[in-house]
Design a protein around this ligand. Structure first.
Ligand code: ZN
Length: 243
């Protein structure tokens, strides 16, 4: 089975369309979404519509969660909070209910799908380094955990025999059956690793091969729409910087 895996779309329609076109070229069997469909960008309703249509499994991100939960808003930076309030208005009641009904995590085959750290998914912690990863390996039984949230692509591998946890940024990884992995496919709609290209992953479960893929998209149009929508300008500028 070949899975396309994407996270952190953040209402960026131009990036989402570029990612899906690339996934179609690579003829994946199923697409999995790790959350944060909305927030920051100018096209939440269209992104929700497309993700619902194209993805077999979708888990809830903190920005999706914030659409229907006020308590989480105090943890958001001002521009992010402003974008949440704008997003609520731009979505239909049905879309808001859909986001409200998304699970925080989902287990399928030997994979766990979650948006933030699996240890306490509702606390929205990051898995950014081997120490974070090591803490989280203990709290799931599956071979692999796919997650998003940091907007930085990364592969953490745990070799339980020698108790070594390492991080790899290699675009192609061949998974050893003896190891367990935490994988972040990077962000489709707002990359933060200095590379503005949309990021996503293709995982071939029979060959146990993971590819992290980057695809250029129309950043200018996505940024222009943010400005024209009256969303904070910083959200447009960061797209070009990939930061
Ligand atoms: Zn995000």
């Amino acid at each position: 089975m070949r899975y396309g895996i994407l996270a952190d779309i953040h209402s960026n329609l131009e990036a989402l369309e570029a990612v899906l076109a690339e996934l179609d070229k690579r003829s994946v069997d199923e697409i999995l979404c790790l959350g944060d469909i909305v927030g920051y960008g100018a096209d939440p309703a269209e992104c929700v519509r497309i993700i619902r249509e194209r993805c077999r499994v979708i888990v809830c991100g903190n920005h999706d969660y914030a659409v229907f939960n006020d308590k989480i808003l105090k943890f958001f930076k001002p521009a992010a909070k402003e974008a949440v309030l704008w997003t609520r208005n731009a979505l239909s009641e049905e879309d808001r209910e859909f986001l409200g009904g998304l699970p925080l995590k989902k287990s399928m085959e030997d994979m766990l799908l979650v948006h933030a750290a699996p240890l306490f998914p509702e606390e929205w912690e990051y898995v950014s380094n081997p120490e974070d990863a090591r803490r989280n390996f203990n709290c799931f039984d599956e071979k692999m955990c796919f997650l998003g949230h940091s907007h930085v692509p990364a592969v953490f591998g745990l070799n339980e025999e020698v108790d070594a946890c390492r991080i790899s940024n290699e675009p192609v990884s061949f998974f050893s059956p003896r190891m367990r992995y935490i994988i972040n496919p990077g962000s489709a709609g707002q990359p933060r690793d200095g590379n503005p290209d949309a990021s996503f992953a293709v995982f071939d479960s029979s060959r146990r091969e993971l590819k992290i893929i980057r695809v250029a998209y129309d950043v200018k149009t996505a940024a222009k729409k943010i400005i024209e929508s009256g969303l904070p300008g910083v959200l447009a500028r960061r797209l070009g910087a990939g930061a």
